[in-house]
Ligand binder design. Sequence first.
Ligand SMILES: [Ca+2]
Ligand SMILES: [Ca+2]
Length: 70
Amino acid sequence: MADINEARATFNRYDADGDGQVTPDEFKRAMAEMGDPFVTGPVAEAVIKSKDANHDGTMSFDEFWQALQG
Ligand SMILES: [Ca+2]
Ligand SMILES: [Ca+2]
C-alpha cells in the first residue's frame, strides 16, 4: 500500500475524532469495527508505539506514512 490516498483513507478510518492523531484506543476500536476483536488495549498500544516516531503516545499521518514506507 504505497498509495498516499489509500493511506490517507485508512488513517482517517482509524482517526475516529478526526484530530489528525490516532490514539491506541482509536486504533483498537477501528480494528474491532473492521472485524478484528482480538486487538486488545496492550496490543493496540504496542502497535501505535512501534510507529510513534516522536514518542507523544499517538500516531500522526506522517508517522503512519513513514511506517508504510518500511
Ligand atoms: Ca484522533
Ligand atoms: Ca507521534
